[in-house]
Design a protein around this ligand. Structure first.
Ligand code: NAD
Length: 429
């Protein structure tokens, strides 16, 4: 590829960027420097390929009409169709979706599954909607982004604030418009409409599998290792169960409203039951109530941020006591925090490796949908472990070879793979 364009401005000198996008671009810039990426290739990989913003009406239950804003961003599709979740959260914004789409490109490349990266979302608090309003919002948003999605183009999945019911509505809306069932348009669907066994718990299971590998590589014992998990949604709740089953002691868990700590270990199932029945961790009697910030600073072996971006910052990173951080969430650590943690000898297993279990089983679901042939749970989980342990081994070997952090090693591998695909395909026309 001939090179002409100059390097884009570094993320650090673009103060108006949202936190997540600044983090994603800084991580990319650092890695591009190390890989000596040619300027044109660098500019191409730094930019989203396609961005769609939609403003759409939803009829509320009491008869009024409310406008919502939604997004779908495809970062890169050199290695295959775009893939990435749909987020419903009041703070969803274009910059955040861009960051999440870029991370998906690297994550899929690192797991070596044939996808590019995408992400979507609607700026909405789903808890403020009734079930029927949520359905109408989902169906209208799906119609608005239908020009981009499809099994061979772009395949959404659940993320923060969405779940398998939302995926079922998306699949049904797209299918109705086509005139026939298209199960492969989304993953993370209920099993009754073409979902795969093992998808709901896949990200949490993957977090536990990767943590096991990391503990072994650091020479830390699994049995009795103390774990604090921030976020008690899909990722955090399943991760908590797998950690407990591995023999770790889960001492702290939290949701957006409260955090709970019991140094002797929490009853994970009891707490999850309490949250299911009451809607919050608050008021649970088997633990002390602390703040979410205090959870990050607990005396534990393993800290798992599994909620939102940007929680480990310049301010919070210096009080972390864990030796190992496993990023269940996407983008929980800012570049400044990364530096502080490295100086303090805290090992960080990056999101694009730690939470890749979700997209890996989404890939299995899509393969099953395209073949109309379904796997049993043993096959799903065996293949998940095979892909994740291979990815961990490749990252650990690269980290050792280049004397770099796990994040840098993972980013170097991922960006090299996407770069190779871009270069070998060439620039059209
Ligand atoms: P979820 O909506 O199921 O759960 C999110 C959890 O975070 C909830 O318990 C919520 O109360 C908590 N939370 C929200 N704001 C918080 C705050 N300020 N402080 C503490 N807790 C807060 O979402 P999820 O699917 O579990 O996703 C969590 C993270 O994992 C996100 O970063 C997401 O992008 C990432 N992720 C999810 C998947 C997946 O398969 N669902 C896959 C890969 C990565």
């Amino acid at each position: 590829m001939r090179e002409g364009s100059s390097n884009p401005p570094a993320a650090a000198t673009q103060p108006m960027l949202g936190t997540a996008y600044r983090t994603a671009l800084t991580q990319f810039d650092d890695t591009a420097d190390r890989l000596h990426l040619k300027p044109g290739l660098r500019a191409l990989l730094r930019s989203p390929k396609r961005e769609l913003i939609v403003h759409f009406p939803v009829k509320m239950d009491e008869g009024s009409i409310k406008m919502f804003t939604g997004f779908r961003v495809q970062h890169n599709v050199a290695r295959g169709p775009a893939k990435g979740g749909i987020r419903y959260h009041p703070e969803v914004a274009l910059d955040e979706v861009r960051a999440l789409a870029m991370w998906m490109t690297w994550k899929c490349a690192l797991a070596n599954i044939p996808y590019g990266g995408a992400k979507g979302g609607v700026a909405v608090d789903p808890k403020g909607l009734s079930f029927t309003e949520l359905e109408r919002l989902t169906r209208r948003y799906t119609s608005e982004i239908a020009l981009l999605i499809g099994p061979e183009r772009d395949i959404p999945a659940p993320d923060v604030g969405t779940n398998e019911q939302v995926m079922a509505w998306m699949m049904d809306t797209f299918s109705m418009q086509q005139g026939f069932s298209v199960p492969g348009v989304v993953t993370g669907k209920p099993v009754s409409v073409g979902g795969t066994l093992g998808r709901t718990e896949a990200t949490g299971r993957g977090v536990a599998v990767i943590t096991g590998e990391a503990l072994r590589s650091l020479g830390m014992p699994v049995q009795g290792a103390k774990v604090a998990i921030q976020g008690l949604g899909n990722v955090g709740s399943h991760a908590a169960r797998y950690f407990r089953d591995m023999g770790c002691t889960v001492v702290a868990l939290s949701d957006s409203r409260c955090a709970l700590y019991n140094p002797g270990g929490l009853d994970v199932d009891g707490l999850l039951r309490w949250k299911r029945e009451t809607g919050s961790c608050s008021g649970y009697s088997g633990a002390e109530e602390i703040t979410n910030e205090a959870l990050l600073a607990l005396p534990v072996d393993i800290l798992v941020p599994a909620a939102i971006e940007g929680v480990l910052t310049e301010k919070t990173a210096s009080s972390v006591q864990a030796r190992l951080i496993v990023e269940g969430a996407n983008g929980p650590t800012t570049p400044e925090a990364d530096q502080i943690l490295a100086q303090r000898d805290v090992t960080v297993i990056p999101d694009i490796l730690a939470n890749a279990g979700g997209v890996t089983v989404s890939y299995f679901e899509w393969v099953q949908n395209l073949q109309f042939y379904f796997w049993d749970a043993t096959e799903v989980n065996r293949n998940l472990e095979r892909i994740l342990t291979r990815a961990f081994g490749e990252v650990a070997a690269a980290a050792k070879r280049h004397s770099v952090s796990f994040r840098t090693a993972a980013m170097m591998l991922a960006i090299s793979r996407v770069s190779e695909a871009v270069e070998v395909r060439g620039i059209y026309p």
